[in-house]
Design a protein. Structure first.
Length: 202
């Protein structure tokens, strides 16, 4: 798997990392649905706390809040990638993978701040929600900043951090990936805002 997520080609890196994340998400979704009590994780995520417990009175206000939170989360990935890589894998890669797992557990246990009417059983219905598109954007940001790590640990537990001599500047493909990720995050935030407005208007 590492040869794909560390591939020279941006699209290969993205596909490898996203497929790995999807696998983790599906496992976590099933665990959350079949094993966790309903609402077991409600309010426990950083994103949930940052977004707050109240839905804005307007679609634009909710869209702005969700998009801002998504931008902050995306910048964390870039920051971790810039800091260090371990065994050639940027540290920021770990973040979307962890979020895939948390999203699966949250979805399966219906632990959203604004809860669904009932749990969502594992199915293709998830395509209609914004979560996997947000994850795609975060994964794209991680893959696009693969080469920017300032330091590296060549062998974990065996070597100390040292300056990364393979660090490369971003090129136009990376910036196009940034732009695409921002568009995806904006559209996902719009979809989520509309869903929340519909839930709270009932």
């Amino acid at each position: 798997m590492r040869k794909f997520i560390c591939h020279e080609n941006l699209l290969v890196r993205f596909a490898g990392l996203y497929l790995l994340g999807l696998l983790l998400f599906l496992l976590a979704w099933n665990l959350g649905y079949f094993l966790l009590p309903e609402a077991a994780l409600r309010g426990s995520s950083v994103a949930a706390k940052a977004a707050g417990e109240q839905v804005s009175g307007s679609l634009y206000g909710e869209l702005s809040r969700i998009f801002l939170v998504n931008l902050i989360l995306g910048s964390i990935i870039i920051g971790f990638n810039f800091a260090i890589r371990i065994n050639r894998v940027p540290l920021g890669y770990m973040i979307p993978l962890v979020w895939f797992i948390l999203y699966g557990l949250t979805l399966g246990s219906n632990s959203f701040t604004i809860a669904m009417d009932q749990r969502m059983a594992p199915s293709l219905e998830v395509i209609g929600r914004s979560g996997l598109y947000e994850m795609a954007a975060y994964t794209l940001l991680a893959a696009a900043t693969f080469s920017i790590s300032r330091f590296e640990i060549k062998q974990i537990f065996r070597s100390n951090p040292e300056k990364n001599t393979d660090k490369k500047a971003l090129n136009y493909r990376n910036y196009l990936a940034f732009a695409l990720a921002l568009i995806i995050l904006l559209l996902a935030a719009l979809r989520e805002s509309m869903m929340l407005q519909n839930l709270t208007s009932r």
